[in-house]
Each structure stands twice: as C-alpha cells, then as structure tokens.
Design a protein around this ligand. Structure first.
Ligand code: 13P
Length: 252
C-alpha cells in the first residue's frame, strides 16, 4: 500500500505569528478526524521553528521549501540540510517550478539538492512538470521523464523510500486551471513507469506521487480518486485552514 501525503506549500507567505495561527486553525479543523494521509506543512525558512513548535504532539510534519547541497560554508543566504534537520524539519520540497523559473534551478542542481537532503536524513518532495508550450508540443512525457531521471541520478532504490514525486504542470500552478483528473493520472503513471525502469516495479509501486496545481477543496476528491495520484502538493488552498482540511479529508 502506498502512503498518501497531502503537503501545503505556503510559498512566500506567513510570518512566525501567522504560522502559529494558521497551524492552530488546521489542527482545530482536523481535530478528531482520523487522518488517512500524512500531512506536511512547508512554510518559509524563518517560520520553521514556529511550525515545529505548533505541530509538536500532533501527526503533522513540517518541511522546508528548498535546501542547499553543500554541508556548510561560504554560501550567503543559503540553508543546509543539517540546519533543516536541527530545526525539526522532516521534509523538503526540491525543484519547484518557481525555483526553476525564477531562481535558475536546473535539473543538475535539483539532483545535487536531492542527494544532500537524503544523505542528511530528510524526506524529499521532488517536483517535476511541463510548461504549457511543452504540453502543446506533445512532449510532456519526455520532459517529466528527463526531469525525473536527472533528479534521481545517484539515488539508490533503498533511498527511494525517502522520496515523493510531485507532478506539478506549470500551467496549472496558481492559475486556477487544474489538470483534469485524467491528465493528472496519465502523467503520474508516466512518472511511475520511469521510476520502474530506473529501479524496479516494487519501488515504483511503493512511490507516493502527488499532483499539484490549483488543487482545492472543490476538486481534491476527484483528483485523489485517481489510481496514480497519491496525494497533493497544495499552494493557495493550503493557506486557508478550512480548505486545507477539506483536501486532507478528501483522502479515503
Ligand atoms: P497552487 O495550488 O496555488 O496552484 O500551487 C501549487 C503549487 O505550486 C504547490 O507547490
């Protein structure tokens, strides 16, 4: 059985005080419900300590939104995997399309971050996804396969238990334009097949593959009902406790 994981990517939103308030809201919404999914909250770096504190004594996990690959040193403005571990983060999002679009992230740097994060004992949410032009050109499968293969270079089958892949079509992020459940399922299956060729069928079967891109309280149940969609990476809707809780509860 694969693990369902619902993760909130807060992006560049919330101060430490607001983090506590939002997590308290999420806890209140989820109180007394039996969680069928692992729940992960990924706030900005400066909110991690507040998030860890707010989530203690709950099953909610905390993750960061990026990590540097070096252990330490002269990398002004960067954060290492050991630092994330030390603050109590268990997960880290790597290769988000906004990092690729705006901050020069490449498949190679994604791979370096993935290896460093796993080596430090973090769980990785690896993001892949095609641009609108790439979908229109009919090369979605090639694009996600390439991103997946390069990101996982040097990652062993054993280490794959610490990896989640998030399929996030770039054209669906923050646009209100969700992939149809069939489109989401089709590409998640393509990714699963790529992982099967890289490793083995068992590794692929056990891999959690999330969908992300305008997933919300209204469309989550349908997307999550698809056989290859094992969770969601939620942006905008993760900033509202009631909406986020509906998505978590949509996992059956
Ligand atoms: P939205 O849910 O706001 O479209 O963002 C998705 C996303 O980028 C999650 O990482």
């Amino acid at each position: 059985m694969r693990k369902y994981v619902i993760a909130g990517n807060w992006k560049m939103n919330m101060t430490p005080d607001q983090t506590k308030t939002l997590i308290d809201g999420i806890k209140a919404e989820l109180f007394a419900s039996e969680l069928k999914a692992e729940v992960v909250i990924c706030p900005p770096f400066i909110d991690l300590a507040a998030a860890v504190e707010a989530c203690k004594d709950t099953k909610i996990k905390v993750g960061a939104q990026n990590v540097h690959w070096a252990e330490k040193g002269a990398f002004t403005g960067e954060i290492s995997a050991d630092m994330l571990k030390a603050v109590g983060a268990e997960y880290v999002i790597i290769g988000h399309s906004e990092r690729r679009q705006y901050f020069g992230e490449t498949d190679i740097t994604v791979n370096q971050r993935v290896k460093a994060a796993i080596a430090a004992g973090l769980k990785v949410i690896l993001c892949v996804g095609e641009l609108l032009e790439e979908r229109e050109q009919g090369i979605t499968a090639e694009i996600v396969a390439k991103q997946t293969k390069i990101a996982l270079m040097g990652v062993t089958a054993e280490q794959m238990k610490d990896v989640i892949i998030a399929y996030e079509p770039v054209w669906a992020i923050g646009t209100g334009k969700t992939a149809s459940s069939e489109q989401a399922d089709e590409v998640c299956e393509i990714i699963r097949n790529v992982v099967a060729t890289l490793y083995c069928g068992k590794t692929a079967e056990e891999l959690t593959i999330q969908y992300g891109g305008s997933m919300n309280a209204a469309n989550a149940a349908e997307l999550l009902s698809m056989p290859n969609v094992d969770g969601g990476l939620i942006g905008g809707a993760s900033l509202k406790s009631a909406d986020f809780a509906v998505i978590v509860k949509a996992v059956r």
